[in-house]
Design a protein. Structure first.
Length: 176
């Protein structure tokens, strides 16, 4: 099983503005209309787990973007909108138990998305790979990618790419 983070963040380490907005990501020039490797990444994974806030952000896009099953980690949300009943479901409980349950369903490569969800997985040492694309902007404040933890987690850099002359995408694998 591999739990993988794939996201973009500002140079100062924020994944969204304080209000959760990711509008600054839409300002990136993309003359070739590249997905920057996201399709290749999605081909590697079996399912996606995200928190309620990220789920609500995805719902605001208007069109459901995922073909893989989505699991919404929430203690307050009880069900997903009816039109997503076969595409998403709410999961609750302790993270190791959720991960084990998903593995029993054949979800062996899990895309972990959303600030608090990623932070919770990191705090329990449940992230195997981080794929982080740095966007050349300083937001100054916002929702941080990383928060205080009670221990160190070591990763090793396995790949770095420069995308569109501005973005730096780095892949890190968990060291034992």
């Amino acid at each position: 099983m591999a739990n993988i983070v794939y996201l973009a963040c500002s140079l100062d380490g924020f994944i969204a503005r304080k209000d959760g907005s990711i509008d600054w990501l839409m300002d990136i020039p993309n003359p070739e209309n590249s997905d920057y490797g996201f399709s290749d990444f999605m081909a590697r994974i079996d399912g996606i787990i995200m928190g309620r806030n990220t789920f609500e952000t995805v719902l605001s896009f208007g069109q459901w973007p995922y073909t893989k099953p989505v699991y919404v980690l929430s203690s307050t949300l009880k069900e997903v909108p009816p039109h997503l009943g076969d595409k998403a479901e709410v999961v609750q409980g302790d993270l190791p138990g959720i991960v084990a349950s998903l593995k029993s369903k054949g979800i062996n490569h899990l895309y972990v998305d959303g600030g608090r969800t990623i932070q919770s997985f990191l705090k329990q040492d449940l992230i195997d790979e981080l794929i982080i694309t740095r966007i050349p902007i300083l937001l100054g404040s916002g929702i941080p990618l990383f928060v205080d933890m009670d221990r160190e987690l070591k990763f090793e850099l396995t790949q770095t790419e420069i995308l569109n002359k501005d973005l730096v995408k780095s892949t890190y694998s968990r060291k034992a």
